[in-house]
Design a protein around this ligand. Structure first.
Ligand code: SF4
Length: 86
């Protein structure tokens, strides 16, 4: 089953396993998660696959390979970079 988020088709499994935990960690900060997210973000901001879409500057970045919102993906501890950058 696909779910439409930010005009992207995302599987329900991916939503449950990766995106929702990432949102939880975005809202409820854990210092260990934030340390990992900071290192991941350094790689994402340099990545050619980081795309922007019209929403807001804060939420407007997504990975064009997997379609995930990057600020959420980097906080999902079970997520992996689809290009093996982290
Ligand atoms: S998750 Fe990987 S491929 Fe996607 S923007 Fe970040 S570094 Fe690039």
């Amino acid at each position: 089953m696909d779910v439409n988020i930010y005009n992207m088709e995302i599987t329900l499994q991916k939503l449950v396993d990766e995106i929702l935990p990432g949102y939880r960690n975005f809202v409820f900060h854990d210092p260990k998660v934030e340390a990992v997210a900071k290192e991941r973000l350094k790689l994402c901001v340099e990545c050619e696959h980081l795309n922007h879409f019209v929403r807001s500057k804060k939420w407007g970045k997504k990975c064009s390979v997997c379609g995930c919102p990057v600020l959420v993906k980097i906080r999902s501890m079970d997520s992996k970079c689809p290009k093996d950058k982290w």
